[in-house]
Design a protein around this ligand. Structure first.
Ligand code: PLP
Length: 430
């Protein structure tokens, strides 16, 4: 899970009407950025709070946070250590990397992203970033001035909102439709757009819904964006992590319709989130993004990118030496999803409207008429932790009250055990 900041509430409490800040000892406290002084709920903060009060007699089982890297089954066949060792042992990557990334690394990412895309990426289209999170920060910073707005999916991924707040960009939410495979509500996208809108974020395959959009839906999104004269920000961090007959279609393959900024990272598909390595890639047919590209170059010149050693391991990681590992991970996720979906069918209080076709997450609606004594998703999550020591993410933190997000990137035994506990929890409140 990407880092989200939790702020000590004493900072905010110390603010006084005269703008001065005093702490309990009555000495002056140095002021911080006012946006960061405000207490916000964050995934990290909430998860920390939930984890602090489990049932002491039961081991904690987490279906809350999206990190499968801890499980040995998910690492089988992975060839990441050799790549990093070669990078270290070469002895040639101890200096500063170029601001936009090593040219050979940018080329490797460009080749990787050109899969299924008719207008191939060039190495100059790619900028290396510190994970997907910095890619989000860089894209929003480059596109928007203070007072601009950006369209984000709801439910969504909180770091977009956090970045908007820090940059004084207004987040505007369009709905993903739970009964239509979580497709984008395009009428709403049109209605939300005004002269200050700078772009539309589309996450595909989707966190938190598990949706994988068809080429025809993606084409409609691209056509809508083109009609509104907006670039698309395509978050494809779960690219290729799709199940059964679902196909991953990169947004860049539609760049003849609309300019696209694609973002990705090693965190999810290679399951090395701690390596903090990602990228932004520009697809621009007719020069609409020429200013944006220049701004991106300037911003990257004055900020820091990913560590040289990690970058240099990338061409190896992106090569086909990891094909077996990737297909193993997808098989595991596919069977976990299958098991989860069938277990959800057996719990009347939990409803899955559209089954996940990719990523590692399922959104489930709570039916309160079958959950006596539970008033909202936060209460569901905290009681579930207190009684059963099972962690799930309440939908409120990702913009959708009365829903929960379940992470299924876990070994089948753990998933079954956790779902068994959720089942007995729900029947106790039925
Ligand atoms: C995890 C995630 C990211 C951020 O990636 P990091 O590399 O962990 O910073 C971006 N977008 C989505 C949808 C994610 O799930």
């Amino acid at each position: 899970m990407a880092p989200t900041t939790q702020i000590d509430s004493s900072l905010k409490n110390g603010y006084q009407s005269n703008g001065k800040v005093k702490n309990n000892n009555s000495c002056s406290v140095i002021k911080c950025n006012a946006t960061l002084a405000e207490q916000k709920i964050s995934i990290r903060g909430l998860v920390g709070k939930l984890l602090s009060s489990p049932n002491p007699d039961k081991e904690i089982l987490s279906l809350g946070v999206g990190d499968a890297s801890a499980f040995a089954a998910f690492r089988e066949g992975r060839d990441v250590s050799r790549c990093i060792m070669e990078s270290v042992n070469s002895g040639t990557f101890h200096g500063y990397p170029p601001a936009h990334g090593f040219p050979f690394v940018r080329r490797a990412v460009a080749d990787y992203l050109s899969w299924g895309v008719s207008q191939k990426f060039n190495e100059k289209d790619v900028f290396m970033t510190v994970g997907g999170t910095q890619a989000i920060q860089v894209i929003l910073t480059v596109l928007a001035n203070q007072g601009c707005n950006v369209l984000l999916p709801r439910p969504g991924f909180p770091p977009y909102e956090a970045t908007c707040e820090i940059n004084h960009i207004e987040p505007r939410y369009y709905d993903l439709l739970p009964n239509s495979n979580w497709e984008v509500d395009l009428d709403q996208v049109r209605n939300l757009t005004d002269s200050k809108t700078v772009g539309i974020v589309v996450i595909n395959p989707n966190n938190p819904c598990g949706a994988v959009y068809s080429r025809s839906h993606l084409t409609k999104i691209a056509e809508t964006a083109a009609e509104l004269n907006l670039p698309l920000i395509a978050d494809e961090i779960y690219g290729h992590m799709v199940f059964r007959e679902a196909k991953f279609v990169p947004m860049a393959s539609l760049c003849s319709i609309v300019p696209v900024l694609t973002l990705g990272a090693l965190s999810k598909r290679w399951l090395v989130p701690g390596w903090r390595c990602g990228w932004v890639a520009i697809s621009d047919r007719n020069g609409a993004l020429s200013q944006v590209r220049m701004a991106m170059e300037r911003l990257m010149n004055v900020t820091s990118g990913p560590a040289s050693i990690i970058q240099a391991a990338l061409p190896g990681l992106l090569s086909d030496s990891n094909d077996e590992f990737h297909s193993n991970v997808v098989k595991l996720l596919e069977s976990s999803e299958e098991a989860l979906f069938h277990m959800i069918q057996k719990i009347p209080a939990l409803i899955c409207h559209s089954r996940p076709q990719g990523s590692m997450f399922m959104m489930v609606q709570l039916d309160y008429s079958l959950l006596k004594g539970i008033g909202d998703d936060m209460e569901f999550a905290s009681k579930l932790m207190k009684e059963e020591s099972v962690l799930i993410l309440p939908g409120t933190v990702i913009g959708l009250e009365n829903w929960i997000r379940i992470f299924f990137g876990t070994p089948p035994d753990l998933l079954k055990e956790a779902m068994g506990r959720i089942m007995s929890f729900c029947s106790r409140y039925a």
